[in-house]
Ligand binder design. Sequence first.
Ligand SMILES: Nc1ncnc2c1ncn2[C@@H]1O[C@H](COP(=O)(O)OP(=O)(O)OP(=O)(O)O)[C@@H](O)[C@H]1O
Length: 176
Amino acid sequence: MNHIKRNKPNVLITGTPGTGKSSLASVVAQNHEFQHFDISTLVKEKELHDGWDSEFQCYYLDEDKVLDYLEDTMVKGGCIVDHHSSEWFPERWFDLVVVLRSDVKILHERYEKRGYIPIKIENNIDCEIMEIILEEARNSYKEEIIVVLPSNTLEDNESNQSTIADWIQNWLEKNN
Ligand SMILES: Nc1ncnc2c1ncn2[C@@H]1O[C@H](COP(=O)(O)OP(=O)(O)OP(=O)(O)O)[C@@H](O)[C@H]1O
């Protein structure tokens, strides 16, 4: 267990695919000079996977490879990680866990724009309706570090940016 004190916090942004994790994470990272890790892209670029799942058209992510790849960087702090799953990351990595929520009608439109196959649309919509990602986060992290935010409109995105900015500012004042 690594208890080195970080000078900057680490933030996890999670939510059902298409809720806007990467859009939010990239702006927040840019504004605060944090490193952004979009796990799905990282897995592809660094080949941290075990091949391609042709049914769901995504890579079989290799969790151990991802954890090994990120560990040293996460320990230093100043990272924004975005991924639809949260339970397999070490709890100690994160100071704030943001769960994005979107209305299913809006999600449906986003999936169609992406050209998702029907089974993938159905699975992801069910995931949002059943609050799978929110429950996973609640089972994996302390309630006091979890923030649930709506992500339907561009105004939501801007408001979420400032919520996280305020939180980061507050963390830096308390911890440095
Ligand atoms: N708050 C928002 N308001 C309107 N459109 C949004 C919002 N957030 C994201 N979008 C749009 O929705 C689409 C999906 O966003 P994004 O790729 O950031 O989602 P994601 O959660 O990272 O998806 P995935 O898990 O599949 O990587 C993009 O076209 C993006 O521009």
